[in-house]
Write a protein that binds this ligand. Structure first.
Ligand code: AMP
Length: 456
């Protein structure tokens, strides 16, 4: 990826010329980063040897189920409709064969154009995809670029004047650039819509329809979604031609490995309860989901005051702040990330051990996405929902969406609403804390290094 900082790339030994063919694998000054692996399951599926060597070095040796199903279809040029949650390996499922096809195509893009367009709902997800695509394509001639809001549009316009192989974008910023005539989609023959259902939730449907009209009819389209609401099926009819349908994990089913519980607590006691939970797991990464930007900011400041190493991500933060916060969290410099649903999907940070639903989401499916930030890459994870009396409706909606009830691990189930069969009796430890809101936790967490982002 070439980001806003224009990361330096090894020289290709010449300026970009429209229509100029890429050098063959070992031609010119650049040598492949590693010796290509000639064999292996990905090579057998037709993945380019240099990409194969890169992913082998990253520990991707055996295809995941979604990769098993999707890669041969993409290599064969088919459209794909993938029903898959994040964490299933879907970035590689679309990225590896798409990059392989781009390498085979062997032509540099014309100015302002991109050969492949990957659309993602959030800046964070776009960044994560771009990072993965870069890692897969290391040592190949393929260049990617990410365009998202909150970053300099002039830098993006300048970079796009040279054209790019793979453009990773959020729909809003892409439209801005198209309207400025900085991007032309007439040569875009690969389209990936990632987390398509979330793009609809965010209200990108009109933007997506506009973008669709600008793309060539002759193209390969891959659409991935965690759920398949009615609007999604309509969208897939518009976008895809005779797609191969692949599905892993039924939608709405939380990863089996996540240890889930609900703790009943008054709204005013949630912060103290959270501090109690966090203090029990020092040094482990936790994500805390709140409903509003203001609420997340307030909570993050309070946790910071109480000595936790915390950062916040929400729509009121600048792009730079969001990126720095996420980077510090990824590296483990910050242990607690408080976020709105902007971080509910797609983020892949294997070290996240705990997810706290500080406020229950009002869209039930978002619960599944939020808790999916833990128990990744074969690890265990724990998700605790804090349910205030006023949120019982949301809790029941979540349980209906998941077709299972969540174990009560603390607090008292309000008697009138206790579901049949559970007897209303709380299991597990702890009572909700009574008394005034946001009081200092009884057990203070050990002082942990603060992150600069916490105060950003
Ligand atoms: P994704 O669903 O694309 O967000 O991927 C989730 C995680 O799975 C990422 O950390 C990937 O690096 C990892 N991953 C993807 N494919 C494989 C594979 N075949 N073997 C092991 N890990 C993988």
């Amino acid at each position: 990826m070439e980001n806003q900082n224009n990361r330096r790339r090894p020289s290709r030994g010449g300026k970009s010329r429209p229509g100029h063919a890429y050098p063959a694998p070992n031609e010119g000054r650049r040598a492949p980063a590693r010796d290509p692996l000639p064999t292996g399951p990905f090579a057998d599926m037709g993945i380019d040897p240099r990409i194969n060597a890169n992913i082998a070095a990253m520990g991707l040796n055996k295809p995941t189920p979604i990769q098993d199903q999707a890669i041969p279809a993409v290599v064969g040029g088919r459209d794909v409709l993938g029903l898959a949650q994040t964490g299933t390996g879907k970035t590689a499922a679309f990225g590896l064969p798409m990059l392989t096809r781009l390498i085979k195509f062997g032509k540099k893009p014309d100015p302002k154009t991109c050969r492949a367009l990957i659309l993602a709902p959030t800046r964070e997800l776009a960044t994560q995809i771009a990072t993965n695509i870069d890692a897969y394509a290391e040592g190949t001639p393929i260049r990617s670029f990410r365009v998202v809001g909150g970053a300099s549009i002039n830098v993006q316009t300048e970079r796009m004047s040279r054209g790019v192989d793979v453009l990773i974008a959020t729909p809003g910023r892409l439209m801005d650039l198209i309207e400025r005539r900085a991007i032309d989609l007439s040569a875009t023959t690969y389209l990936v819509l990632d987390e398509a259902d979330q793009m609809l939730d965010i209200g990108f449907i009109h933007t997506l329809r506009k973008i669709a009209r600008m793309l060539p009819k002759e193209r390969q389209t891959l659409m991935f979604s965690a759920t398949m609401p009615k609007l999604m099926s309509e969208l897939s009819d518009t976008y895809l031609t005779d797609p191969v349908k692949v599905a892993v994990n039924p939608p709405g089913k939380a990863a089996d490995k996540i240890d889930q519980g609900v703790h009943f607590v008054s709204q005013g006691d949630k912060a103290t309860l959270l501090a109690e939970y966090l203090a029990k797991h020092p040094g482990e990464l936790s994500m805390v989901f709140g409903r509003t930007k203001h609420g997340c900011e307030k909570l993050s400041k309070l946790l910071d005051k109480w000595g936790f190493s915390v950062a916040a991500i929400h729509g009121n933060k600048s792009q730079g702040q969001r990126e720095r916060a996420l980077q510090a969290f990824r590296k483990g410099d910050t242990q607690v990330l408080v976020a709105t649903d902007v971080a509910a999907r797609g983020l892949d940070i294997p070290e996240v051990a705990h997810v706290y639903n500080y406020d229950l989401p009002n869209v039930a499916e978002n619960y599944v996405h939020r808790i999916g930030r833990t128990a990744r890459a074969g690890r265990d994870g724990r998700a605790v929902a804090f349910c205030a009396p006023a949120e019982l409706g949301e809790l029941r909606a979540i349980e209906r969406a998941m077709k299972s009830s969540i174990t009560v691990i603390g607090g008292e189930v309000p008697a009138a609403t206790a579901p049949a069969g559970r007897g209303g009796a709380p299991r597990g430890r702890g009572k909700p804390m009574d008394g005034g809101g946001n009081k200092r936790p009884a057990r203070r967490p050990s002082r942990q290094p603060r992150s600069r982002q916490a105060k950003a």
